[in-house]
Every structure is written in C-alpha cells, then in structure tokens.
Design a protein around this ligand. Structure first.
Ligand code: F6R
Length: 358
C-alpha cells in the first residue's frame, strides 16, 4: 500500500535508494561486474549494439547507448516503434530490449524482429517471468521492486544503473570494445548512488521551485551529453502528470528553432551537471536574454547567480552518474507541480502502466 504517502509516485521516488540497492546487490566487485545470468564471455562475438524501448525506458536506453559508444562499440537507441528493417541485424548484433513491465507491444515486436535476424538478445526488465524475459536469449532484472504509479520513477533510475553494468560486461567481453579507464571510479559512484539519492531526498527546494513556476505557458528542459536523456525524461514526466506543455531539448539545439517559443511566460529547467554543464549554462543564458525564467539543476559550488532564478542543487559524484541525481530533482518538480494543480498523479488521464497494443 501507500503507507503514509498520498501517492504511489511520491513513495516510489523515495524508494529509489532501496531500489538501487536491489539493482546493485552482489553485482559490483571492485573494477569488475558480476552478472550471474550473463557470465564472462557472453558477448565475445558482439561488435555493435541496438537498444529498443519506449517512453521512459527509451531515455534509459539512450543514456546507455552513450556509454557503449564511449567503450568503442557502435550503439544506437531506437524507439521500438521505429525499429524496422532499415537497420541491418545479424549474429554480431546485440539487441537490448529495455522495458520495465516486460509487456510493451512495440518493444516485444522489435525484439521478435531481432530474433528473426539471428541477433543476440538481452531483456532488461523489472518483472520476473514477463513476456520479454521469456522471449529474450538472456534477462538482466533491474530488481527495483514493484512500481504502481503509472509514471516510471524508480525503475528509470534502476534501469540506467543496470544498463551501466551491462555495458561494462559487454565492453569486457567484446573484442571490439574497451573497458573505460576509470571503471573503478565509475562503479564506485554507482555503488554510492543510493546514499547520494538519500542525501538529495533530504533537501526540500523542489517544492518551492515548483510553486514558483506553476501556471507558466510552457516548461522546457535542456541538457547535453548524459543530461540530454535526462532532459527528455524530465519533460516526459512533467507532461504526463501535470498535463502542461513540456518539451526536452538538446541544449545546443535551442538556437536552431525552440528559442522562438521562449517568452517571459516560459520556464527553462537547465541541467548543469556532468562534464558539459558549463556549455548548457551558456545556452540557458541565451534563453534568459529572451526573458525566460531559468531553474538551474546544478552541482554544489557551481556559480549560476547571473542566469538562474532558482537553483536545485545536486550532490557531487562521477560526471557520468550525476545526471541520475539531477533526474530525481526533476521527478520531485513534476510531482509537486502536478500536486499543486490537483492532477490524478498515479493514474494520469489517457495513460496505462503497460501498453500492450502496437
Ligand atoms: C513514462 C512511462 C511510459 C513507459 C513506456 C514503456 O513514465 O511510464 O513512457 O516508460 O510505456 O513502458 P515499459 O518500460 O514497461 O516498456
């Protein structure tokens, strides 16, 4: 049940440290990763990767594709409904189906197409015994615990972490890839993530920031690098539960069109964490000059004074991991905005927890 919580979504946001402990348990060992269902050598023959997913799971897949590319493997995340016979697939292709429920029709149909073409397939899912787990060659469970709210929260965070571990396994096995030089630091940051999320959840700024921007015409989210999928995810969550106009953009794309939408009635959430946060700060400044209201989601110690109207701080950690903490701030902003507007947070209109038709 919801316990003392008013909504499952809020409970599930708070459950992220525990969900992450479940995702990580027994799987990290120093600078190596131990995935019992995927032993060493599983991916020796793989030289490129496709990830297929929908909605929030697609954003997790997009984050993972970046990690794989950094490991030297060509990797592309596809929206499952757009994965068709344009992409050549064979035995050297690893196709990763990312789906919380394991029942999403578009994702299952992409997986079936991959199988027909003899790809190696892995399911990354939360639901034991789900259709995807029965159909894929192998399954990596994210072990986040059941998620009741329609809006995916803890499962997004756990998916990104599980996919990070999978990336490590693939990079270790594949002759075409190299394991990141800072593997020990990166994995240590993942292991420290439950505590970092706890620290963040003890802060309270997200509520007042939400209140300050309720009723704006539009809410835009920008980020680059690992923060780009976070911007997309922030906007999806926001529109899903607030019913307000929200869009996520790559920071660098603002001036190629979206800036035309910016007015003093717009709020821009600028994701300033990660290696390229300073560049996004410049993009936020450009929008600020056109009158936009800026909420900075920024690491401790970053000076944002001239640009940001409000700041949501994020604890310091590895630059490729910190975006997950920024995302927790955005989950809270969406939740409090939807709450302020009196929306049906756990069951938004027109949406279902699992979409079993194509
Ligand atoms: C967003 C959301 C949806 C799902 C999408 C895929 O909060 O919940 O966008 O992420 O329908 O669902 P799964 O992951 O079950 O395949």
């Amino acid at each position: 049940g919801k316990g003392e919580y008013e909504h499952f979504m809020r409970k599930e946001i708070d459950a992220q440290p525990e969900a992450l402990r479940g995702t990580l348990a027994g799987r990290v060992d120093g600078d190596d990763v131990d995935l019992d269902t995927l032993p060493d050598g599983t991916f020796e023959e793989i030289d490129h990767v496709h990830l297929v997913a929908c909605g929030t799971s697609y954003h997790a897949a997009l984050a993972a594709s970046r990690q794989l590319v950094r490991a030297g493997l060509p990797a592309t995340a596809y929206r499952a409904s757009e994965y068709h016979d344009l992409q050549p697939v064979d035995e050297s292709t690893l196709v990763v189906a990312v789906t919380q429920s394991g029942e999403t029709a578009d994702t299952l149909s992409a997986l079936r197409r991959a199988h027909e073409a003899d790809a190696r397939t892995v399911a990354v899912t939360n639901v034991v015994g789900s259709t995807v787990s029965r159909e894929a060659d192998d399954t990596l469970y994210i072990r986040a615990g059941p998620e009741i709210g329609v809006a995916a929260t803890k499962t997004f965070t756990s998916q990104v972490v599980a996919l990070s571990l999978l990336t490590h396994r693939v990079a270790s096995d594949s002759a075409a890839a190299t394991v990141r030089e800072d593997a020990a630091e990166f994995l240590a940051a993942l292991e420290a993530l439950p505590e970092a999320v706890e620290d963040l959840l003890a802060t309270t700024e997200a509520r007042s920031v939400s209140d300050a921007h309720i009723g704006r015409d539009a809410h835009f989210f920008i980020g680059r690098d690992f923060e780009y999928p976070v911007a997309l995810e922030g906007a999806l969550k926001f529109k899903e539960i607030t019913y307000e106009h929200a869009e996520g953009f790559a920071s660098g794309e603002l001036k190629h069109g979206p800036l035309a939408l910016v007015t003093p009635e717009t709020t821009l959430y600028a994701l300033l964490t990660g290696d390229r946060g300073e560049e996004t700060l410049k993009n936020a400044e450009e929008a600020k000059a056109r009158g936009v209201n800026v909420v900075a989601v920024a690491p401790e110690g970053m000076a944002v004074g001239g640009v940001a109207d409000e700041v949501l701080r994020v604890p310091d950690t590895h630059p490729d991991v910190v975006g997950l903490l920024a995302n927790v701030q955005l989950q809270l902003v969406s939740y409090y905005t939807a709450h302020g507007l009196g929306r049906s947070i756990d069951k938004p209109r027109n949406l279902a927890k699992s979409v079993t038709v194509e």
